[in-house]
Design a protein around this ligand. Structure first.
Ligand code: F6R
Length: 609
């Protein structure tokens, strides 16, 4: 997730673009850059770190020009550095590109372009676009962009300028957001509405496959054949704060709804449902090392620890590798036995959690191979671990983690399937089937999100309770823990997550009419057992809310309220089942008037012990 802005008109493009980018920093902030056409030449400035670094650079040496494009980056390919910051140029320096998205086939394209003499200056996937446009450029930049796009596979929102033609910006959209803003003898492009609000309220939301030609006086929306497309001009009434949250009331809700996209971003280009193959090109773990793994240790905190608990089921079930999962603050002080043939996976959204980093240091001192699953490129964890598999969720702003969790699960699915295939623990057919099902998960999640208003109603009904119990079994036990954590951290209601089978060993004593129980009861090999646990809770006067598989009539008869989710293979049920628990916690907190995005006593990243 990155932010792009483009301007063409009579103002100083640099000022408009920097202002627009400052309203898009929630989309990424590890580096930023800007290019304008100044007296027929391209002038580029780039800088690592937040946008203010770039602003400082510009204050010393101002940019002049009325056509330009800019970018604020959330790294996915290539670490945050000045060379990897956008915009990127072709060999001649005449063509400049900013891009949000992922070019899946960039390695093969880069190889070909390099063999034909193109000189690359960055590690990014984006730079191939600049060279592809250069290759097809014969004086018409629109045609060259179309030709370049016909060769790429992946997602993009793109802005391109060429110094030969200072009166034009070309932009294109495929599976990444892009809008055009209409001004008075000036026009704009941006990834999102807030960037443009101070300048115009008249906007065109581009559709997949659209490519636009922008001058100061005109916006043409075309398809790849150059045929004009009719798009509605919308009048935006949102204020700036509403716009930053995409119209959602809180970042947390926006991030919950982003999950179909962020899951897809995490697996895109890394698995292929047609060939049944996983390709994690960024990892440097030889097949022999995977084959010789004696054990996996997973170490993390909070929500990331819960993802690790799901990971245990995946690695054991699919790859048949024994797994131990630890809370980092416990692991670092318990003198763990560090096995050189094991691998330690640390999971961290921020990559800066103090206890997780201390655990990483400890295992490294024991010469154990390490792998980080991390959302923030360039974070300490990603620099310290031997390898890093990034979740590509974009910045998570709500303190309560949601999209980072499902991104972590996606990364764990990819790893577990990959290692299971390498170790021949699953057949080719099974790998293909599992990959196909993972590919379908974003669509299934969209179905789950449709229940949002029903879950809101449920939250209103139960928001007066002071205690809550979440029960799950097997691969959904971690989801019971995560559901309880979400409820307590944002609504301050006491909640506990339990393995349902443990109830009769003590906690069942708590159940009465004041202690509702949310049971994760989707179809699985322990389904009958869960039904038994539901009966036990009911017999003690408990009110049971179930998360159940679509069309389950038995559950309907046995429980007080139900939230239905699509049927999927049991191993994928956690990634769907967690979402109703996120929505439930969110709405309870809203009903209670809590500060959802910044709950009391909590920080987004716990960098002290
Ligand atoms: C809960 C939450 C925390 C984090 C934990 C680890 O919603 O966000 O429990 O999961 O502090 O943080 P990371 O993943 O950044 O290491």
């Amino acid at each position: 997730m990155c932010g792009i802005v483009g301007y063409i008109g009579s103002k100083n493009a640099g000022d408009v673009i920097i202002d627009g980018l400052s309203r898009l920093e929630y989309r990424g902030y590890d580096s930023a850059g800007i290019a304008v056409i100044s007296e027929g030449k391209i002038d580029i400035r780039r800088s690592v770190g937040k946008l203010k670094q770039l602003v400082y650079q510009l204050s010393k040496n101002e940019l002049k020009g009325a056509t330009g494009i800019g970018h604020t980056r959330w790294a996915t390919h290539g670490k945050p550095s000045e060379e990897n910051a956008h915009p990127h140029t072709d060999c001649s320096g005449k063509i400049v590109v900013v891009h949000n998205g992922i070019i899946e086939n960039y390695l093969e394209l880069k190889k070909r372009l390099v063999s034909e003499g193109h000189k690359f200056k960055s590690e990014t996937d984006t730079e191939v676009l600049a060279h592809l446009v250069e290759e097809s450029y014969k004086g018409d930049i629109f045609k060259a962009v179309v030709a370049a796009l016909s060769q790429v596979r992946g997602t993009y929102a793109l802005g391109v300028i060429c110094s030969d033609n200072p009166g034009e910006i070309i932009a294109a959209r495929q599976d990444a957001p892009l809008i055009a803003g209409i001004g008075d003898n000036e026009n704009f492009i941006a990834s999102d509405i807030p960037a443009l609000l101070p300048y115009t309220r008249k906007m065109i939301f581009l559709e997949e496959g659209d490519i636009i030609r922008l001058s100061a006086s005109k916006i043409e929306v075309l398809n790849r054949k150059g045929e004009e497309q009719k798009r509605k001009i919308q009048n935006i009434a949102w204020d700036a704060v509403q716009a930053e949250k995409g119209g959602f009331k809180h970042f947390m809700l926006k991030e919950i709804f982003e999950q179909p996209q962020t899951i897809q971003d995490t697996f895109r280009g890394r698995m292929n449902p047609e060939t049944g193959k996983i390709e994690l090109g960024e990892l440097n773990i030889p097949v022999e090392a995977v084959n010789n793994l004696s054990k996996i240790n997973i170490v993390a905190c909070g929500t990331s620890y819960h993802a690790g608990l799901v990971g245990k089921f995946l690695f054991e079930n699919l790859a048949k590798i024994p797994v131990e999962v630890d809370i980092a603050s416990e692991f670092r002080y318990r003198e763990p036995i560090i096995d050189k043939n094991a691998i330690t996976i640390i999971i961290s959204q921020s990559g800066e959690t103090a206890d997780t980093l201390a655990a990483l240091k400890l295992v490294k001192s024991g010469n154990c191979r390490t792998l980080a699953i991390c959302n923030v490129m360039g974070s300490t964890a990603s620099r310290e671990a031997d390898d890093t598999l990034y979740t590509r969720c974009g910045p998570e702003i709500g303190v309560a983690s949601t999209k980072a969790f499902t991104g972590q699960l996606t990364a764990l699915y990819l790893l577990a399937i990959d290692w299971a295939s390498k170790r021949k623990a699953i057949s080719k057919e099974k790998a293909e089937a599992v990959i196909k099902e993972l590919w379908e998960i974003p669509g299934r999640l969209n179905e789950v999100l449709k229940a949002s208003e029903d879950i809101h109603a449920l939250a209103k009904e139960f928001s007066g309770k002071r205690d809550f119990l979440f029960l799950g079994r097997n691969v959904n036990y971690p989801i019971a823990l995560e559901g309880a954590l979400k409820l307590k951290e944002i609504s301050y209601i006491h909640a506990e997550g339990y393995p349902a089978g443990e109830m009769k060993h003590g906690p069942i004593a708590l159940i009465d009419e004041n202690m509702p129980v949310m049971v994760i009861a989707t179809e699985s090999k322990v389904y009958e057992k869960i039904l038994g646990n539901i009966e036990e809770a009911k017999a003690r006067g408990g009110t049971v809310l179930a998360i159940a598989s679509e069309g389950d009539t038995q559950i309907k008869a046995k429980t007080t309220r139900q939230i239905f989710v699509p049927r999927v293979d049991e191993i994928f049920s956690p990634i769907l089942n967690v979402v109703p628990t996120q929505l439930f916690s969110y709405y309870v907190a809203v009903v209670l008037g809590c500060d959802v995005d910044q709950p009391r006593n909590l920080a987004k990243s716990v960098t002290v012990e």
